[in-house]
Design a binder for this molecule. Structure first.
Ligand code: THU
Length: 166
């Protein structure tokens, strides 16, 4: 049996000032969006902000529901809104942040598997990386160069498309 090792680069900045001005703003927007989340059940408030190639920032946050599985994560709220309003416009960077009134967050928030899958499909579609800035209310920020880094050996829905479909 042959062993294949996959490696991922995860960059870390201790101070937001180490990011570009554009990225700092995106992180701040994602942090502000946590305040508008509808998360009465988990009390885990997540905000997301996606910078599009056209300069627009599309915002989202988690939306929960009493019928628990019906809610949606912040990342997908933002990504689906971006694709709905600006189909085909490149997503350059997504910032995600979170805070909780129930638990002490020690590490920056990291997207769930379903959100990684959804973001990856947009990344593959646009053939350009979507950079990720993962944070919490304050403190260190993780920088991931592309969604694919967070979902190696991913399932590709591409095989499900009829040949010739884009
Ligand atoms: N959640 C997000 O919005 N994004 C993540 O990356 C992780 C989890 C939401 C889903 C649910 O509303 C709450 O956080 C607790 O899981």
């Amino acid at each position: 049996m042959k062993k294949n090792t996959l490696s991922v680069n995860v960059y870390e900045v201790d101070k937001i000032e180490e990011l570009t001005a554009e990225e700092q703003e995106l992180v701040e927007v994602s942090r502000k969006m946590t305040r508008k989340a509808y998360a009465p059940y988990s009390e885990f408030y997540v905000g997301a902000a996606i910078l599009l190639e056209n300069g627009k920032i599309i915002k989202g946050n988690n939306q929960e529901n009493g019928a628990y599985p019906s809610g949606l994560c912040a990342e997908r709220v933002a990504a689906f809104a971006a694709s709905a309003m600006y189909p085909g416009v490149e997503m350059k960077t997504i910032a995600v942040s979170a805070h909780s009134t129930r638990v002490e967050m020690e590490e920056p928030v990291s997207p769930c598997g379903a959100c990684r899958q959804v973001l990856l499909e947009y990344e593959i579609l646009q053939q350009k990386p979507i950079k990720m800035l993962l944070s919490k209310e304050e403190g260190k920020i993780l920088v991931i160069e592309k969604v694919n880094d967070l979902l190696p050996l991913s399932f590709s829905g591409g095989g499900l498309k009829k040949s010739g479909a884009s």
